[in-house]
Design a protein around this ligand. Sequence first.
Ligand code: ATP
Length: 211
Amino acid sequence: MKILFGGTFDPIHIGHIQLARYVSQQFKHPVSLLPLTGVPNYKQPPQASLQQRLAMLEIVAAKYPDEIQIDYSETQLTEYSPTVTTLRRMRQNELTPEIIYFVIGGDSLVTLDIWDEWRDLLKLTNFIVAMRPDYPLSKMSPQLAQELLPRINTTTSAINAVGEIIITHFTPLEVSSTQIRQCYAMGQEINQLVEPEINHYITQNNLYKGK
Ligand code: ATP
Protein backbone atom coordinates (compact mmCIF):
# COMPACT_ATOMS: atom_id res chain seq x y z
CA MET A 1 0.00 0.00 0.00
CA LYS A 2 0.91 3.62 -0.33
CA ILE A 3 -0.24 6.41 2.00
CA LEU A 4 0.03 9.87 0.47
CA PHE A 5 -0.37 13.21 2.20
CA GLY A 6 -0.47 15.97 -0.38
CA GLY A 7 -0.02 19.61 0.42
CA THR A 8 1.74 22.83 -0.36
CA PHE A 9 3.59 22.66 2.97
CA ASP A 10 4.45 26.37 2.94
CA PRO A 11 5.71 25.61 5.59
CA ILE A 12 5.11 22.14 7.03
CA HIS A 13 3.78 22.60 10.58
CA ILE A 14 3.10 20.42 13.60
CA GLY A 15 -0.55 19.93 12.54
CA HIS A 16 0.68 18.17 9.41
CA ILE A 17 3.36 16.24 11.28
CA GLN A 18 1.12 15.03 14.10
CA LEU A 19 -1.46 13.84 11.61
CA ALA A 20 1.12 12.06 9.43
CA ARG A 21 2.67 10.34 12.45
CA TYR A 22 -0.73 9.33 13.83
CA VAL A 23 -1.78 7.80 10.51
CA SER A 24 1.55 6.03 10.17
CA GLN A 25 1.19 4.50 13.64
CA GLN A 26 -2.43 3.48 13.08
CA PHE A 27 -1.82 1.96 9.67
CA LYS A 28 1.63 0.62 10.58
CA HIS A 29 3.03 2.08 7.40
CA PRO A 30 5.01 5.24 6.61
CA VAL A 31 3.18 8.24 5.22
CA SER A 32 4.63 9.87 2.11
CA LEU A 33 4.40 13.64 1.98
CA LEU A 34 3.53 14.69 -1.56
CA PRO A 35 4.62 18.29 -2.08
CA LEU A 36 2.60 20.02 -4.75
CA THR A 37 4.51 22.02 -7.32
CA GLY A 38 1.81 24.49 -8.16
CA VAL A 39 -1.51 25.64 -6.79
CA PRO A 40 -4.93 25.92 -8.40
CA ASN A 41 -6.03 29.31 -9.74
CA TYR A 42 -8.08 30.07 -6.67
CA LYS A 43 -5.10 29.87 -4.29
CA GLN A 44 -2.15 32.19 -3.79
CA PRO A 45 1.18 30.78 -5.01
CA PRO A 46 3.49 29.52 -2.25
CA GLN A 47 5.93 32.04 -0.79
CA ALA A 48 8.78 29.58 -0.31
CA SER A 49 10.26 27.96 -3.41
CA LEU A 50 9.70 24.28 -4.08
CA GLN A 51 13.34 23.70 -3.21
CA GLN A 52 12.89 25.41 0.16
CA ARG A 53 9.64 23.60 0.92
CA LEU A 54 11.31 20.32 0.02
CA ALA A 55 14.27 21.13 2.24
CA MET A 56 11.85 21.56 5.15
CA LEU A 57 10.13 18.26 4.37
CA GLU A 58 13.52 16.57 4.25
CA ILE A 59 14.33 17.88 7.72
CA VAL A 60 11.09 16.35 9.02
CA ALA A 61 11.55 13.03 7.16
CA ALA A 62 15.06 12.74 8.62
CA LYS A 63 13.68 13.36 12.10
CA TYR A 64 10.89 10.75 11.84
CA PRO A 65 12.33 8.24 9.35
CA ASP A 66 10.07 5.33 10.33
CA GLU A 67 6.91 7.35 9.96
CA ILE A 68 7.44 10.07 7.35
CA GLN A 69 8.83 9.83 3.82
CA ILE A 70 8.70 12.09 0.77
CA ASP A 71 7.15 11.27 -2.57
CA TYR A 72 9.12 13.18 -5.21
CA SER A 73 6.92 12.20 -8.14
CA GLU A 74 5.39 15.67 -8.59
CA THR A 75 8.53 17.69 -8.06
CA GLN A 76 9.68 17.64 -11.69
CA LEU A 77 6.45 19.17 -12.93
CA THR A 78 6.46 22.79 -13.94
CA GLU A 79 2.82 23.50 -13.40
CA TYR A 80 -0.10 22.64 -11.16
CA SER A 81 -1.32 19.08 -11.41
CA PRO A 82 -4.70 18.35 -9.83
CA THR A 83 -4.74 15.34 -7.50
CA VAL A 84 -6.81 13.36 -9.97
CA THR A 85 -4.06 13.71 -12.60
CA THR A 86 -1.38 12.83 -10.08
CA LEU A 87 -3.23 9.68 -9.08
CA ARG A 88 -3.90 8.68 -12.68
CA ARG A 89 -0.21 9.08 -13.41
CA MET A 90 0.65 6.89 -10.42
CA ARG A 91 -1.87 4.26 -11.44
CA GLN A 92 -0.17 3.99 -14.84
CA ASN A 93 3.07 3.07 -13.14
CA GLU A 94 3.06 -0.67 -12.62
CA LEU A 95 5.22 -0.31 -9.51
CA THR A 96 2.43 1.56 -7.71
CA PRO A 97 0.76 -0.65 -5.09
CA GLU A 98 -2.90 -1.49 -5.63
CA ILE A 99 -4.10 0.17 -2.45
CA ILE A 100 -3.57 3.89 -2.16
CA TYR A 101 -4.74 6.03 0.72
CA PHE A 102 -4.78 9.81 0.41
CA VAL A 103 -4.74 11.73 3.71
CA ILE A 104 -6.81 14.91 3.94
CA GLY A 105 -8.12 17.23 6.61
CA GLY A 106 -11.87 17.34 7.20
CA ASP A 107 -12.00 20.81 5.62
CA SER A 108 -11.00 19.17 2.34
CA LEU A 109 -13.50 16.32 2.73
CA VAL A 110 -16.56 18.50 3.23
CA THR A 111 -15.68 20.45 0.08
CA LEU A 112 -14.47 17.49 -1.96
CA ASP A 113 -16.87 18.50 -4.70
CA ILE A 114 -14.69 21.48 -5.61
CA TRP A 115 -11.75 19.18 -6.44
CA ASP A 116 -11.21 18.56 -10.15
CA GLU A 117 -13.10 15.47 -11.32
CA TRP A 118 -13.81 14.54 -7.72
CA ARG A 119 -15.96 11.52 -8.56
CA ASP A 120 -13.01 10.01 -10.40
CA LEU A 121 -10.86 10.46 -7.29
CA LEU A 122 -13.05 7.86 -5.61
CA LYS A 123 -12.15 5.42 -8.40
CA LEU A 124 -8.43 6.00 -7.87
CA THR A 125 -7.86 6.13 -4.12
CA ASN A 126 -9.23 5.67 -0.62
CA PHE A 127 -9.18 8.64 1.72
CA ILE A 128 -8.02 8.89 5.33
CA VAL A 129 -9.63 11.90 6.97
CA ALA A 130 -8.82 13.83 10.12
CA MET A 131 -12.00 15.71 10.93
CA ARG A 132 -11.53 19.32 11.99
CA PRO A 133 -13.93 20.72 14.60
CA ASP A 134 -14.93 23.67 12.43
CA TYR A 135 -15.80 21.45 9.47
CA PRO A 136 -18.31 18.77 10.59
CA LEU A 137 -19.75 16.34 8.07
CA SER A 138 -22.97 18.38 8.24
CA LYS A 139 -21.19 21.08 6.23
CA MET A 140 -21.32 18.90 3.12
CA SER A 141 -23.85 19.78 0.50
CA PRO A 142 -26.77 17.29 0.48
CA GLN A 143 -25.60 15.89 -2.83
CA LEU A 144 -22.03 15.37 -1.61
CA ALA A 145 -23.30 13.80 1.61
CA GLN A 146 -25.44 11.38 -0.36
CA GLU A 147 -22.41 10.23 -2.31
CA LEU A 148 -19.84 10.20 0.48
CA LEU A 149 -21.68 9.06 3.63
CA PRO A 150 -22.18 5.45 2.42
CA ARG A 151 -18.44 5.22 1.82
CA ILE A 152 -17.44 6.13 5.37
CA ASN A 153 -15.57 3.52 7.41
CA THR A 154 -14.20 4.09 10.90
CA THR A 155 -11.77 1.17 11.11
CA THR A 156 -8.14 1.33 10.05
CA SER A 157 -8.30 -0.87 7.02
CA ALA A 158 -10.21 -0.47 3.84
CA ILE A 159 -12.04 -3.43 2.35
CA ASN A 160 -11.69 -2.09 -1.15
CA ALA A 161 -8.69 -0.73 -3.04
CA VAL A 162 -10.50 2.52 -3.84
CA GLY A 163 -13.54 4.58 -2.92
CA GLU A 164 -13.56 4.26 0.88
CA ILE A 165 -13.37 7.14 3.32
CA ILE A 166 -11.74 6.23 6.59
CA ILE A 167 -12.43 8.74 9.33
CA THR A 168 -9.70 8.68 11.96
CA HIS A 169 -10.22 9.37 15.64
CA PHE A 170 -7.51 11.99 15.56
CA THR A 171 -8.46 15.59 16.26
CA PRO A 172 -6.05 17.85 14.41
CA LEU A 173 -4.43 20.84 15.99
CA GLU A 174 -5.93 24.09 14.82
CA VAL A 175 -2.92 25.50 13.04
CA SER A 176 -2.40 26.41 9.40
CA SER A 177 0.52 27.42 7.24
CA THR A 178 -1.24 30.73 6.57
CA GLN A 179 -1.28 31.50 10.30
CA ILE A 180 2.40 30.61 10.59
CA ARG A 181 3.41 32.80 7.63
CA GLN A 182 1.49 35.67 9.21
CA CYS A 183 3.29 35.19 12.52
CA TYR A 184 6.69 35.32 10.81
CA ALA A 185 5.65 38.35 8.75
CA MET A 186 4.69 40.20 11.93
CA GLY A 187 7.75 39.01 13.82
CA GLN A 188 5.59 37.17 16.37
CA GLU A 189 6.59 34.16 18.41
CA ILE A 190 5.38 31.05 16.69
CA ASN A 191 5.08 29.11 19.96
CA GLN A 192 6.05 25.64 18.82
CA LEU A 193 3.70 25.57 15.87
CA VAL A 194 6.62 24.35 13.79
CA GLU A 195 9.42 21.96 14.72
CA PRO A 196 12.47 23.81 16.15
CA GLU A 197 14.57 22.67 13.16
CA ILE A 198 12.01 24.17 10.78
CA ASN A 199 11.95 27.40 12.76
CA HIS A 200 15.72 27.48 12.42
CA TYR A 201 15.55 26.88 8.65
CA ILE A 202 12.91 29.59 8.20
CA THR A 203 14.91 32.10 10.20
CA GLN A 204 18.22 31.27 8.52
CA ASN A 205 16.66 31.61 5.07
CA ASN A 206 14.68 34.73 5.88
CA LEU A 207 11.43 33.16 4.79
CA TYR A 208 7.95 34.65 5.25
CA LYS A 209 9.19 38.14 5.99
CA GLY A 210 6.03 39.53 4.48
CA LYS A 211 5.30 41.09 1.14
P1 ATP B 1 -2.54 27.06 3.97
O1 ATP B 1 -2.90 27.74 5.26
O2 ATP B 1 -1.36 27.68 3.26
O3 ATP B 1 -3.71 26.79 3.06
P2 ATP B 1 -2.45 24.44 5.27
O4 ATP B 1 -1.94 24.60 6.66
O5 ATP B 1 -3.93 24.19 5.10
O6 ATP B 1 -1.95 25.63 4.37
P3 ATP B 1 -1.67 22.64 3.18
O7 ATP B 1 -0.26 22.35 2.83
O8 ATP B 1 -2.47 23.42 2.23
O9 ATP B 1 -1.61 23.29 4.64
O10 ATP B 1 -2.47 21.35 3.61
C1 ATP B 1 -2.26 20.08 3.13
C2 ATP B 1 -3.23 19.13 3.79
O11 ATP B 1 -3.06 19.22 5.21
C3 ATP B 1 -4.73 19.41 3.54
O12 ATP B 1 -5.38 18.15 3.33
C4 ATP B 1 -5.22 20.03 4.83
O13 ATP B 1 -6.57 19.70 5.08
C5 ATP B 1 -4.31 19.36 5.84
N1 ATP B 1 -4.08 20.18 7.02
C6 ATP B 1 -3.72 21.46 7.08
N2 ATP B 1 -3.60 21.90 8.35
C7 ATP B 1 -3.87 20.83 9.12
C8 ATP B 1 -3.94 20.62 10.53
N3 ATP B 1 -3.73 21.59 11.43
N4 ATP B 1 -4.24 19.39 10.97
C9 ATP B 1 -4.49 18.41 10.08
N5 ATP B 1 -4.48 18.53 8.75
C10 ATP B 1 -4.18 19.72 8.27
